[in-house]
Design a protein. Structure first.
Length: 109
């Protein structure tokens, strides 16, 4: 399981962007929660260019799943309020299904 955030929101100037701050708070809290409260083995990459990746090294236990689903719920809420500055894409793959979910329709769709 992996949570990845890429790029910058572009809502305001760096250091003043509330969309970026909200996203950063959610993903950094998720990374902390996974290690501090879920005993989940994960790698975290925080790149100053705007990429943040949390990757679980083993299948998620129920607590780790709850932390990641909570972060995803928060990201979706921000995307609903600021659709021009944040898009959430969820990719689920597996033997039985594969789908991509978008929080808003793509232009031209």
């Amino acid at each position: 399981m992996r949570l990845q955030v890429s790029g910058h929101a572009g809502f305001a100037h760096p250091g003043e962007d509330i969309v970026c701050a909200g996203v950063s708070a959610l993903v950094q809290s998720a990374a902390h929660g996974l290690s501090a409260h879920c005993a989940a083995a994960a790698t975290v990459r925080d790149d100053p260019e705007g990429d943040f990746v949390i990757e679980l090294l083993e299948p998620a236990n129920a607590r780790a799943q709850a932390v990641l689903e909570t972060a995803l719920s928060g990201l979706r809420a921000i995307a609903r309020e600021y659709p021009d500055h944040l898009a959430v894409r969820v990719e689920r793959t597996g033997a039985r299904r594969s789908r991509t979910e978008h929080t808003r329709p793509r232009k031209g769709a």
